[in-house]
Design a protein around this ligand. Sequence first.
Ligand SMILES: [Zn+2]
Length: 306
Amino acid sequence: MQPDVYIVLEHYNSQPLLHESLLPPSMNFVGGMELKGILVRFLVWNRTQRKGSVTLELVVLIPLFILLSLIAWQLFLSGMAVIDTHAAVRDAVRVASTTGDTDEAEKQGKDSFGQSRGYKLKRLDVKIENDEAIAKAKVEIPILFLASKPITYETEEKAPALNTYNFASPLIMGNGQLGFPVANPTISSHFGIRTDPFTGKTKRHYGIDFPAPIGTPIYAAEDGIVKYAGPAGNYGYLVIIDHGGGLETYYAHMYSHQVKVFTGQQVKRGQQIAAVGSNGRSTGPHLHFEVRSGGAPVDPLPFLSE
Ligand SMILES: [Zn+2]
């Protein structure tokens, strides 16, 4: 008692599943003939043994699709890992070069790398060597089905370091004429000849750079009258205080809204006059501080005391 529909199905299944024309021309050659034979035999076996309606899609396309998906996923994962690794070293070297704080730089680098369950940051080293901040990172990217043999990717970045100065050193104890313009000061660049961070050429630096986060208060180094407070090209916004006796102090790289004094205003030593910015010709947030005597820039260090 076979239903009619069964005959119809049988008829359908007896259609050749793999027609000559379905094969690419190259498969009609010797190697191709072999492959074709295998395929045909498999399909025939499948049809007779399983009585299923096996199709070309099931045999070839689905496994191929899965394989391609896995490859695409692997490439995506590797790409993301490389991007995150570069972000980590870039940000780490930026922090290290502007603050000289390698611990803080490593922390920033790890934050920038972010969290991913797909791959992990194996190592991030930040150091300052020969006036250069160097960050190296190594990331492990697992290969699908080969969890025990991950591929590793390493990259490194460098930037000129603004070498920090140790204020415990008696060398820099000044005569106390001027107070420090920022609290907890560190120096990233001294007065005198230095390598220009923009051009790489040596150039005279007319002041001292105090790196500090944007918004750090800047204090008047001594009583005086504000000679100028306003925009000044490469200096960003600039404040000049006249202390009398031909002594002037310059405070640079602020943004306009950070300047708290106006030209002609009288200020007291230690009074906040502005906040640290990175405006003008600046590689990172810092105060550029100058002392001028009789109009000529002089090394501010001997004037300063804690
Ligand atoms: Zn400077």
